[in-house]
Ligand binder design. Structure first.
Ligand code: AMP
Ligand code: MN
Ligand code: MN
Ligand code: MN
Length: 286
């Protein structure tokens, strides 16, 4: 039987709209056999996801999506099969969340100066006690009629040059990969097609990532176009990366794709799960 893998998803522990349990239930109902929960900079959803996955017979891969600043760009690095109890990883994530908390208040101030009061508290309400992401600001701004949908609200308010954008540094690439490896995980570049990089810069990101010990890139991603599947498959081969697949699911109302709808990986790539025990999510063999 061919298993259905989805190695990138979010819950209410970060900026998804489904609880970890509801996310796992939906993945299972949609035919996903192996699911990685990869919340932004936080691992608090993993226990609940694991309990539901065990009850349903779905294989849960414990994961993380770490925010990185690389050459003035935000880049996301996934860690798969991490041990969430690892101290180096948790210390790193704690630092990132401190920056995130400071940034959220600054975003609130920026929007206030632009004539939009109470955005910080509004975003916090959407965050349900977990990390505050730009996505939570986006939901607040849409709710209050400042834009029609999330893509528009990002464009108008939350990207560089806009009133709700705050510059600052996330983790360094080698630190993020180091924490993931310290926690026994495999590092994967998330949605490489989404970064606005020249071909030369993209190649140097891939080289540096490889030097740090990164093993894979997402070839199939909910935010890649059909063309990008091919481009990233070629890069994976050229750089000797394994290939990962992930929807980047954030919930039923998010613009990206539904769970269980990812296309198959081209045979020219080696999937990241090729060396996992039983080709499933349990553990890493080498
Ligand atoms: P943050 O980590 O707080 O900077 O927020 C980044 C998150 O915002 C990403 O993980 C996406 O979920 C979301 N996001 C970024 N750009 C867009 C966009 N154009 N439309 C919708 N969501 C977006
Ligand atoms: Mn997100
Ligand atoms: Mn991402
Ligand atoms: Mn993501």
């Amino acid at each position: 039987m061919t298993l259905s893998y989805d190695l990138h998803s979010h819950s209410t522990a970060s900026d998804g709209t489904l609880s970890p349990a509801a996310l796992v239930e939906r993945a299972h109902a949609n035919g996903v056999n192996v699911l990685a929960l990869t919340d932004h900079d936080v691992t608090t959803g993993l226990d609940e996801a694991r309990t539901t996955a065990d009850a349903l017979g779905l294989t849960l891969v414990p994961g993380i999506e770490i925010s990185v600043t690389w050459k003035d760009q935000t880049v996301h690095i996934l860690g798969l099969h991490i041990d969430p109890a690892n101290e180096a990883l948790q210390n790193g994530l704690t630092q990132l969340r401190k920056f995130r908390d400071w940034r959220a208040e600054e975003i609130g101030r920026g929007l206030e100066q632009h004539g939009i009061p109470d955005a910080y508290l509004g975003a916090k309400k959407y965050a349900h006690g977990s990390i505050v992401s730009r996505t939570h600001f986006a939901r607040f701004l849409v709710e209050h009629g400042h834009a029609a949908d999330l893509p528009q609200v990002f464009k108008r308010f939350l990207v560089r040059g806009r009133p709700g954008y705050v510059a600052g540094d996330w983790a360094a690439l080698e630190d993020a990969v180091g924490w993931i490896r310290a926690a026994g995980g495999e590092a994967v570049i998330a949605h490489p097609g989404r970064y606005k990089l020249t071909a030369t810069h993209r190649r140097s990101l891939f080289s540096e990532f490889k030097e740090c010990g990164g093993v894979a890139i997402e070839v199939i991603s909910g935010s890649h176009s059909q063309d990008e599947y091919g481009t990233m498959a070629n890069y994976a081969r050229q750089f000797g990366f394994l290939a990962s697949v992930g929807s980047d699911y954030h919930g039923p109302t998010n613009p990206w794709m539904e769970l269980g709808k990812l296309p198959e990986l081209t045979k020219m790539c080696t999937p990241i799960w090729a060396h996992w025990a039983d080709n499933k999510g349990g553990s890493v063999i080498n």
